[in-house]
Design a protein around this ligand. Structure first.
Ligand code: ADP
Ligand code: ASP
Ligand code: MG
Length: 816
């Protein structure tokens, strides 16, 4: 025999009740009559509480009452044949009249006791069960309505009564035996005390009713039918990637539900555990899905944890003071006091020195707890052995749960890494001695972010989501989006990373979307956005969205975003940028970026600052990190100048070569911006700093390629004229090189703590001799690579390779 429990949404609408009846009917047709336990229709218990509380304040409740009545009557009309409706209407109407009288009483007295409240709440389950049992009777004849308060007996702790199992078991068995083989439709949640006054089993308590019946009747299985596909790895409303678990042990289910997984009420596990009755959680809206089975033993699983649950809106109370050290009875006194006053303590942590105790309670209990502690420990407080009691509010508990944690090292490391990297401050930690759970207390504000980050960290088989905020939609920005769009599938499957672009801004417009901006038509989305671009607002929105695994991508060449980098790091957000202006500004600023990123455990990646997508910064970092020491760096890092000198041979004159470079789009509008070497200087400066030198821009010596007249020409036209006029000078350089079997190269060098850029003539033995096209080249001479330097060479400019470099940086953030 099975017990089938259907929750609020399962009895909440005409369609779901139809499905419910099919599920029950299939069971009956299978030859075994189940016991069916029902909740109130979805939302009804909350509505009853609201009406009662409003009435106690003297407010009207009739509109709500009419709404309640209508919801039930609509179902009766839709699902009962005309001839069967009247008896159902009459019985329901009697209930609604009683309810009205009760509420009227509350309104008159302006008083709502817990006892009256339970009585009022009982109408939710009584009405729904009565209604469904009538419909069931019409479908398959043998349905019997059972008011559980007649058989489930409890103490008088209204609101959350404790069940008298022995007595209830007997009463339930007697009832079942005398039910003449009918299908019982039982009200969940409600019970009664010795004086037959109505009590309730706590919010969500219908699950518990099912387990009490299951255990009393030695059921083969307890099925909890709800609106999700089982117990999931996290609350699906908070974590979109949560997925249903096949199996859980009673302990795991208990821990997950205790820490907030609302899908099953924690005490439900106790009767089932004692009788070893499996509980399955199934979805009324997808009945074929196998759901979750909770039982004594589970198959071995390779998951370190089973799930993550959370309770939001809790308060903590801190007790700190020397008075606690070594006083064996102290915590005993404290917690018996709280128990006596019926204050439910959700979690406790105590420092090893016993210098402090922190415990979590519902916010409603916090003030009362503080008051009674102050009374109990008045002397200690007076003698300063205990510091004044402090309540902290707006906190949440996040717990990772699973029996495998015991044998898996590194679980807490992973948890705290994920929290730390996302800037989530941990206020307190508790690890159950069973090692089935680790719980942390964090700010409620960070809860959604923390849950998603921790979920990503533990369930790596899924994929990790990076939330990227992108600035700049020029060549590089555009190309990056195109590349991301083209590789989304590959990234997810092969790298386990999903990049969601959640914010885009150019200089005109900006747009945000937590679910990710579609990269197929981001241009239209941005164009149609109502929000005018504003960097301050962009940064604030990014911070306020408070998403996990967040990256700020600066694809501009503007100095403005740089001003915000530090603030971005301080918000525990990584930065990926191709913008060199930041790193080549003052050394102090460069250092402040590095320091803030390190302090907050986030990444600062700027591979494309030097040589576009070529692995230059990364190579240098790897050399340094592995203990190598750079002796010398030589490099050609300007694609434009490289191109010009590669073409400047044979009969070509310098003027024509520069002109051609400009026509091919290799130069800035004023080619002197390239030829002056400023951009090259920035790259050498960044390399020098990454190599450990605290240089400023003015420390890099630049030998000019151009004669004074060309440098000082007023316009671009004049500049070109001056190149013609200086032809002899350039030809002289070219011919001299040629006669010595050499080529001209504009080379940056870092050696002995100094950096310079000079025009050199190199022979065929030099690694830079063969450089072609607009390629970049860099050679590292280090303690390890001193005979033959380590050389990186390839295309060092262009939107495709630069965007690819930004892309790689982004993926590297994802990998951390
Ligand atoms: P019922 O009315 O059927 O008893 P509840 O609302 O009490 O349903 O519980 C089901 C809800 O629990 C789901 O809709 C889901 O939003 C929420 N929930 C929270 N945490 C979890 C979790 N870890 N797994 C599944 N559901 C969860
Ligand atoms: N109707 C009750 C509640 O909402 C009991 C339950 O649904 O399990 O808390
Ligand atoms: Mg429930």
């Amino acid at each position: 025999m099975k017990v089938l429990k259907f929750g609020g949404t399962s009895v909440g609408s005409v369609n779901s009740i139809k499905t419910l009846l099919e599920i029950v009917k299939a069971e009956v047709d299978g030859g075994e009559k189940p016991v069916v336990v029902l909740s109130a229709m979805s939302g009804v218990t909350n509505l009853l509480i609201k009406m009662a509380e409003e009435a106690a304040k003297g407010n009207e409740f009739t509109a709500h009452l009419a709404e309640l009545q209508k919801r039930h009557f609509d179902v009766v009309e839709a699902l009962l044949d005309v001839q069967n409706r009247n008896p159902a209407f009459t019985r329901l109407k009697i209930h609604f009249n009683q309810l009205e009288e009760l509420l009227q009483g509350v309104l008159t007295l302006r008083e709502l006791t817990l006892k009256t409240r339970d009585l009022i709440l009982s109408f939710g389950e009584r009405c729904s069960t009565l209604m469904v049992s009538k419909i069931a009777a019409q479908h398959f004849g043998s349905a019997l309505f059972v008011d559980a308060s007649e058989v489930v007996k409890t103490d008088s702790a209204f609101g959350q009564a404790k069940v008298n199992t022995e007595l209830s078991d007997i009463l339930i068995r007697n009832l079942y035996q005398s039910s003449n083989d009918k299908v019982l439709f039982v009200t969940g949640f409600i019970a009664s005390n010795d004086d037959n006054q109505i009590t309730t089993l706590g919010r969500g308590g219908s699950d518990y009713t099912a387990a009490i019946f299951g255990a009393a009747l030695n059921a083969g299985e307890i099925q909890i039918w709800t609106d999700v596909n089982g117990m999931m790895t996290a609350d699906p409303r908070m974590v979109k990637k949560a997925f249903p678990l096949d199996e859980l042990t009673y302990t795991e289910a208990m821990e997950l539900s205790y820490f907030g997984a609302k899908v099953i009420y924690p005490p439900t596990m106790i009767p089932a555990f004692l009788k070893k009755i499996p509980i399955s959680i199934k979805n009324t809206f997808e009945p074929e899905f196998k759901g979750t089975i909770i039982q004594h033993e589970c198959r071995a699983s390779n998951l370190a944890i089973k799930g993550i649950s959370s309770i939001n809106n809790i308060s903590i109370i801190n007790l700190v003071g020397s008075g606690m050290v070594g006083k064996s009875g102290f915590s005993g006194r404290l917690f018996s006091l709280l128990a006596r006053e019926q204050i439910n303590v959700i979690l406790i942590t105590q420092s090893s020195s016993e210098h402090s105790i922190t415990f979590a309670v519902q916010p409603d209990d916090a003030d009362r707890a503080k008051k009674i502690i102050e009374q109990e420990f008045e002397l200690e407080l007076l003698a300063n052995k205990l510091d004044p009691i402090v309540i902290e509010e707006n906190l949440a508990i996040l717990a990772v749960v699973g029996e495998n944690m015991k044998q898996t090292p590194g679980v807490s490391g992973k948890l705290f890494h994920a929290l730390g990297r996302n800037g989530v401050n941990v206020r307190a930690i508790a690890q159950g001695s069973s090692e089935y759970n680790i719980s942390v207390i964090i700010s409620e504000y960070d809860l959604a972010k923390a849950l998603n980050a921790v979920h990503d960290a533990f369930f790596v088989d899924l994929y990790k989501t990076l939330h990227a905020f992108c600035l700049g939609t020029g060549n590089i920005g555009k190309t990056l989006f195109k590349q991301l769009c083209g590789h989304a599938g590959f990234l997810r499957e092969e790298n386990g990373i999903q990049v969601k672009i959640v914010g885009i801004s150019n200089t005109r417009k900006m747009v945000f979307d937590t679910d990710g901006i579609s990269l197929d038509n981001w241009q239209d989305t941005l164009e149609q956005s109502e929000e005018k671009a504003d960097l301050r607002t962009f940064i604030d929105t990014m911070k306020d969205m408070n998403l996990p695994n967040c990256v700020f991508v600066d694809n501009t060449a503007s100095p403005t975003p740089i001003e915000y980098y530090k603030e971005v790091f301080d918000s525990a957000i990584s930065v990926v940028t191709c913008n060199k202006i930041g790193n080549s500004g003052s050394y102090e600023r460069y250092k402040s970026f590095k320091d803030s990123a390190r302090k907050h455990g986030v990444d600062f990646f700027y591979e494309t600052n030097v040589g576009a997508g070529l692995p230059i910064i990364r190579t240098l970092k790897d050399l340094m990190n592995s203990g190598d020491r750079v002796q010398k760096i030589e490099a050609i890092l300007s694609g434009t100048i490289s191109f010009i000198f590669n073409q400047f041979k044979g009969d070509a004159n310098f003027h024509d070569v520069v002109k051609m470079a400009q026509e091919k789009g290799y130069t800035e509008p004023d080619p002197r911006d390239d030829l002056r070497g400023t951009d090259f200087m920035r790259k050498i400066l960044i390399l020098a700093r990454d190599a450990g030198l605290s240089l400023e821009a003015s420390d890099v010596e630049i030998e000019s390629i151009l004669p004074k007249a060309s440098l000082e020409a007023a316009t671009v036209e004049d500049f070109y004229a001056s190149l013609k006029a200086e032809d002899a000078y350039f030809a002289g350089l070219k011919n001299k090189a040629k006669s010595e079997g050499k080529v001209l190269r504009y080379i940056g060098k870092l050696e002995g703590g100094k950096a310079n850029i000079t025009l050199q003539m190199v022979d065929e033995n030099h690694p830079f001799f063969t450089l072609s096209g607009s390629d970049n080249i860099i050679s590292f001479t280090t303690d390890r690579y001193k005979e033959r330097p380590l050389v990186v060479k390839g295309p060092g400019a262009g939107a495709e390779v630069t965007a690819a470099g930004v892309f790689a940086d982004l993926i590297n953030v994802g990998a951390n």
